[in-house]
Ligand binder design. Sequence first.
Ligand SMILES: [Zn+2]
Length: 297
Amino acid sequence: MKRLFICILMLYGLNVLGFGKINVVTTYGYIADITQRIGGVEVSVSRLAAGSPDPHFITPKPSFIAKLRNADLLIINGGQLEIGWLPPVLLQANNPVINPGRPGFLSLMALVTPLDVHDDVSRAQGDVHPEGNPHIQLDPYHIPVFAQAVMEKLCQLAPGKCEIFRENYTTFEKRWLEKTALWEQKLSPLKGTKVVEYHKLYDYFFHRFKIEVAGTLEPLPGIPPTSRHIAGIIDLIKKQNITVIIQDVYHSSQTARFIAGKTGVKVVIIPHDIGAVKEVTDIFSLFDEIVGRLTGS
Ligand SMILES: [Zn+2]
C-alpha cells in the first residue's frame, strides 16, 4: 500500500513537472489531427466522432464519458454543431477542468468569421444554427488559425513545452500554406461557376474559392428534399447551366441521382472530415481529395 502511494505521488510529481502527456479529447477527426501535429509526442489525442457519420447526429457511447473524465483539454468545433450529443456526456463525465470557460476547453468556431448568421431563428427555418454555419473546417485558410489556437492553448497548459509546440506550429503552417497555394491554383478554373449541394456543408470552401452555391437539395437545413423543392432545383439547374451537384457521404444520394437523370448534371461525392472516405486519413488528404474530386485530377 505504501509503495503504491509513493508510486502515485511520483506519477503526480512527474505530471506537474511537465513529464506527462497532455490528455486531449476532440469532438471531430480534423481537430484531432491538427492537435496531434501541434502537440506531437507531448500529447495523447483521441476523438469522439468517427469521420463518416453525420456530424450533427453522433450517437454517444459509454467510452465518450471515460475519455472526457480523463481529459486535460477538450477541443470542440462549436457553433452548436455538438449541441445534440455532447452536453449530456460532458455532464456525466463530471470533469470540471474541461467545461466551457475553463482553461481546459477550446471552441474553434469563435476563431473565425461565420457565414449565415441568423438573428431571428425559429424552427420554421429548419435546423438552422443561430451562431452561423458551423462547418468551419472546410475553408483551408481556417486550418492555420485553429492550429495557432491549439498551440496557444497547449502552451497555456504546459508552458515548459511551449517551444516545442511553437516549432511544430511553424513547420505545419509553412507546409499548409504551400499546399493551400497549390489547391487554389488547381481550383482557379472553377472560379465563378455554380454548384448545388445537398446540405449547407461546403459553403466555407466554395465561398473561399469563389464558387457560387446556387441551391441546396434540402429545402431548409436538416429538412429532407420534397418533390416540389426538387422540381425547383431541376428548373434552377437547367436555367443556370449548373453542371454539378455536391453530395456528402452520409445523406442518401438518391435525390441527387434522380436530378442527374433528369438534367445530365454530374454528382460528385466529397468528404467533409477525416475518415469520411478511405482516401482521407489526415487534414492534408482531406483537402487533396476534395480538390481532386472537384477538378477531376
Ligand atoms: Zn449543418
